[in-house]
Design a protein around this ligand. Structure first.
Ligand code: TXA
Ligand code: MG
Length: 324
């Protein structure tokens, strides 16, 4: 595995060439780091599932660089889906649509739908554009973590997560810290309905306001601890409590305005929900690096973005992020 820190044209071209040749390239986006592969190369996509230890029925998001590509990957595209894409792309929004023949079972987890997104990150966009210039079309990229673990928001996190599982010729592009810090909003357009599959920085009411339609929320999918086999991949390793009752020696994550309970170890002090999202995964990782047994987290409550953050805290509290 090679780490590329410069975002020079040549470095990115080389990374795009790697994708064309079937290698994996981890890259930064505005949300979290993704582990990329050529979406049309079954072998390369298969390696993503192996590296992440992710069940094969979990669909991957296809990352594209222009709205025109939506027509290649999807069909029967509702107009409001296209309008929404035009409004929020490039950005932290994944749109799930009826798939075209191009979107094969090996990336949709056998579903008739495909998730698409244009990320808002210079390095990611350049990579996608160079890849397309070389004849590529679409890069699948799940978060670059082990299944069930916290998504990486720096290149170092990617190394910690999957560095040992990448091959000699795979790449990690280092684009610094991710500006949003939690994964994209995922919305599914099925016939007449719009469903929020995963909350994120683009909020449910923004989508409702924009489309003029009610967006249904999925049933709460709380994570839970599998006994045994996935032991290593709990997210995080420390047990997460949604409470301010930290005891001496426990980790503590809360907005800056909240005082640290006596003897607790402060892991982050964000000033607002935006900073909270940026720092949350780093703080959970820090708790694990410090080998803390327990981390107490007080979620932010003001503003709709707080609900998306709370979703991720609940997943960490459940011990296993089934989003993978
Ligand atoms: O912010 C993000 O979306 C990041 C960056 C790298 O783009 N990617 C990411 O991918 O979080 P992943 O694979 O870790 O999570 C993908 C989410 C899952 O919740 C998955 O179920 C949903 O998107 N998803 C993708 N394709 C889908 C489909 N066809 N139908 C339903 N859900 C889908
Ligand atoms: Mg993930």
């Amino acid at each position: 595995m090679k780490i590329v820190v410069e975002s020079t044209d040549n470095a990115i071209k080389e990374a795009a060439q790697s994708l064309i040749e079937g290698r994996l390239v981890a890259f930064p986006t505005e949300t979290v780091y993704g582990l990329g592969a050529d979406a049309n190369n079954q072998k390369a996509v298969s390696r993503i599932y192996e590296v992440k230890n992710r069940p094969r029925n979990h669909p991957l998001i296809v990352h594209i660089s222009s709205i025109n590509q939506v027509y290649k990957w999807a069909r029967n595209i509702p107009e409001e889906a296209l309008n929404l894409a035009n409004r929020y792309w490039p950005g932290p929004l994944t749109i799930v649509l009826q798939r075209s023949d191009l979107a094969k079972d090996f990336l949709t987890g056998n579903q008739e739908f495909v998730g698409l997104r244009i990320p808002n990150h210079t390095m990611a966009l350049k990579l996608l554009e160079e890849f397309e210039k070389l004849g590529g079309n679409g890069v699948v990229a799940p978060s670059a973590n082990k299944f069930g673990a916290v998504s990486p928001t720096t290149a170092l996190d990617v190394i910690d997560e999957i560095g040992n599982d990448l091959g000699q010729n795979d790449l990690i592009l280092d684009g610094g810290k991710c500006i949003i810090g939690i994964e994209s909003t995922v919305v599914k357009f099925a016939k007449e309905t719009i469903e929020l599959i995963r909350p994120g920085a683009v909020t449910l009411s923004q989508i409702e306001k924009f489309t003029g339609k009610i967006v249904s929320k999925p049933q709460e999918k709380l994570g839970f601890r599998f006994p045994g086999i996935l032991d290593k991949h709990y997210s995080p390793v420390a047990k997460v409590f949604i409470s301010n009752k930290a005891m001496p020696g426990d980790g503590f994550i809360a907005l800056n305005e909240l005082e640290t309970p006596k003897g607790a170890i402060r892991l982050a002090s964000p000033n607002n929900p935006t900073e909270y999202a940026q720092q949350l995964y780093q703080a959970l990782r820090l708790g694990d690096k410090k080998k803390l047994g327990r981390i107490f987290v007080v979620p932010p409550i003001i503003g709709e973005f707080s609900e998306s953050i709370f979703d991720r805290i609940k997943k960490a509290n459940g011990g296993l992020n089934l989003d993978g």
